[in-house]
Design a protein around this ligand. Structure first.
Ligand SMILES: NC(=O)c1ccc[n+]([C@@H]2O[C@H](COP(=O)([O-])OP(=O)(O)OC[C@H]3O[C@@H](n4cnc5c(N)ncnc54)[C@H](O)[C@@H]3O)[C@@H](O)[C@H]2O)c1
Length: 264
């Protein structure tokens, strides 16, 4: 099925590792023109090469920390200079550090707030300024099933992701009149192979997050009895980014988590 994404200017934050990497390669197979905005230029450069092999119309890696508004604005300005516009923004960057709330510090809260929430505000605000005058655009933000029900050891992370769900609904209501659709995808646990992540991936500290036993247990408790692959989330992002197949879908929060949460 042609998703109509060929040649579209797509910005993917954190496009170098794991889920972002799969999203980049998914858009590449659709022939999109991809900007990878990542703090890890080496890993993003590697994935950009894979994206060109997979069929991307073009790729550019821009080193950009999404928590810094000036870097975000420069990254979007460069993309507009190169592509003329931004058709799709995927707010994929996120970061977590598992700990019970009573064992966390204000410094950790600030990092979780900045990376998971302020980064989305910075990118969305800048992208809307480009999309609204063009009367078109799609924004997909990656949240988490941790936003949909309390998740031990992820109190602040889950709260920021719940903030994204609410923020994106409001943005969808405010910007539908400009032809801009805004949706959210909530992955469940999705663990990369070593070859699918760079040094800034939170999964470098995988052993701190889950033991091998816990990973097996999580899979057993899911209705589909398996963990998700990065491609599962990427496929949902491609659907929501496409005006051909999701042109009347906005303000939605879609879980891709093997049935972990089922929200009516
Ligand atoms: N993997 C999971 O189990 C899971 C589950 C639910 C939700 N999520 C969400 O999915 C998204 C992707 O997760 P992942 O597991 O692929 O992450 P990851 O840590 O493997 O990769 C994150 C990417 O973002 C880049 N990055 C980190 N901080 C950045 C910053 N400040 N500015 C720019 N780039 C930055 C990293 O270099 C890396 O390429 C995140 O929003 C995460 O919260 C992941």
């Amino acid at each position: 099925m042609d998703l109509g994404l060929k040649g579209k200017a797509v910005v993917i934050t954190g496009g170098g590792s794991n889920i972002g990497r799969a999203i980049t390669l998914g858009f590449a197979r659709e022939g999109a023109d991809i900007t990878l905005a990542d703090i890890d230029e080496r890993q993003a450069g590697h994935v950009a090469g894979l994206a060109r092999e997979a069929g991307a119309a073009a790729t550019e890696v821009i080193r950009c920390d999404v928590t810094k508004l000036d870097e975000v604005q420069a990254m979007f300005a460069r993309t507009v200079e190169r592509c003329g516009t931004v058709d799709v923004l995927v707010n994929n960057v996120g970061w977590d550090h598992f700990a019970f709330f009573t064992q966390t510090t204000p410094e950790l809260w600030q990092k979780l707030i900045q990376v998971n929430f302020v980064g989305v505000l910075n990118c969305t605000h800048t992208a809307l300024g480009i999309m609204a005058p063009k009367q078109r655009g799609a924004i997909v933000s990656i949240s988490s099933d941790a936003s949909r029900q309390g998740e031990p050891r992820e109190a602040v992370y889950g709260a920021m992701k719940a903030g994204i769900n609410s923020f994106m609904k409001t943005i969808a209501k405010e910007n539908g009149r400009y032809g801009i659709r805004c949706n959210v995808v909530c992955p469940g646990v999705t663990i990369p192979d070593a070859s699918e992540m760079g040094e800034h991936s939170m999964w470098v500290a995988k052993d701190m997050m889950f033991t091998a036993d816990q990973i097996a247990q999580i899979a057993k408790t899911l209705p589909l009895r398996k963990l998700g692959r990065p491609e599962d989330t990427a496929n949902a992002v491609l659907f929501l980014a496409s005006n051909e197949v999701a042109g009347h879908v906005t303000g939605q929060v879609l879980s891709v988590s093997g049935g972990y949460t089922m929200i009516g």
